[in-house]
Design a protein around this ligand. Structure first.
Ligand SMILES: Cc1cc2nc3c(=O)[nH]c(=O)nc-3n(C[C@H](O)[C@H](O)[C@H](O)COP(=O)(O)OP(=O)(O)OC[C@H]3O[C@@H](n4cnc5c(N)ncnc54)[C@H](O)[C@@H]3O)c2cc1C
Length: 303
């Protein structure tokens, strides 16, 4: 990375955390991925805005990182800048039933915070191992719940570098997507509309859902959750199983034997192992059933 850019970034704030050649395997739940040329952790929205403006002026490509739980980074790494939201961690109650959370707050933390304040509606997301910023982009969902149903408003940095507010309608949530996805917006915070509930019931609901996940999902291995989107009229896991691919491996990557919809890092897999496995599964399922499986996992870098 050009030293002038690093120097200019350091002028934004003496506190701005910045690393070069940061291993992305430390920042993805697949635990794979080569180095990012630059890894930046802005401390607040103002710093974030200045970092984005500077990178745009310098024509440096950048990527916003939440918890990396839906991300496959190439073994060759990423030649641009990663902007992490990990310092965006404020969370508070507003107007008794709303939760304001900054983009880097983990869903598990929001769920515990909601439970502690006897607010219901977020239990479904307790086990989704990402940030609320990532959840807004992906319209994360599980067990009949989705972000669409509980989001009042998002504050985001627009492509023009202004902080704007988008209400639920403007966010155009769809299946694992939103108006913000791939559009150069950075989620800064979200306002969630929950309801008053019974703390014991909320706790029990969260425990039951956690148990369901543990029983059904290969949580003992690194993964990015469901690797493929649900194709219209089918279930990805069932198609993969019916194509005879349960346990199918490429290098250290494997189609989970416990849940065929998950590709897992079984044994020191590389990102290329995972990528090749994904391609093989897509080809095999297409050959057998003429159904195109589309990855839910986002790929970054060259494959
Ligand atoms: C074991 C396991 C179980 C899972 N179960 C579920 C599930 O039940 N339901 C479900 O929906 N998903 C599930 N996932 C997938 C994943 O957790 C979700 O997609 C999650 O919402 C991603 O959040 P993240 O913070 O990790 O985002 P990342 O993976 O870091 O990023 C995902 C995308 O969002 C963008 N992004 C992240 N933060 C921001 C921001 N602040 N502003 C702009 N763009 C941003 C990134 O650029 C990228 O395009 C699971 C994953 C695992 C590993």
């Amino acid at each position: 990375m050009n030293q002038d850019i690093i120097y200019a970034l350091k002028q934004i704030s003496s506190d701005l955390e910045l690393n070069t050649n940061e291993k992305m395997s430390r920042h993805t739940t697949f635990r794979t991925g080569g180095p990012a040329s630059l890894f930046i952790r802005p401390g607040n929205a103002e710093e974030l805005s200045q970092v984005v403006k500077l990178l745009k002026r310098a024509e440096v490509e950048y990527f916003i990182l939440g918890n990396g739980s839906n991300l496959l980074v190439s073994d060759k790494g990423y030649s641009g800048a990663i902007i992490s939201t990990e310092k965006f961690t404020d969370i508070r109650i507003e107007d008794e039933t709303k939760i304001y959370a900054e983009a880097g707050v983990m869903n598990s933390r929001i769920a515990s915070f909601a439970r502690d304040n006897a607010l219901t509606g977020f239990e479904f997301a307790a086990g989704i191992p990402g940030t609320i910023g990532g959840a807004m982009i992906m319209n994360a969902g599980a067990y009949g719940g989705e972000m669409k149903l509980i989001t009042k408003e998002v504050r985001a940095l627009s492509p023009q570098g202004e902080i704007i507010r988008l209400d639920n309608e403007a966010l155009k949530f769809g299946y694992r997507t939103s108006a913000l996805k791939g559009k150069d917006f950075v989620v800064v915070s979200a306002l969630l509309q929950l309801e008053k509930g019974d703390q014991e019931e909320i706790t029990q609901n969260m425990q039951e859902l956690a148990l369901k996940r543990k029983e059904k999902q290969p949580l003992e291995y690194p993964s990015a959750g469901s690797t493929f989107k649900r194709p219209e009229g089918y279930f990805a896991g069932k198609l993969i199983e019916d194509a005879g691919l349960r346990g199918y491996s490429v290098g250290g990557a494997q189609v989970s034997e416990k849940h065929c919809g998950f590709v897992i890092n079984k044994d020191n897999a590389t990102s290329s192992d995972i990528y090749r496995l994904i391609c093989d599964v897509q080809n095999q399922v297409y050959e057998e059933f003429s159904v195109k499986l589309e990855p839910e996992v986002i790929m970054l870098g060259k494959f």
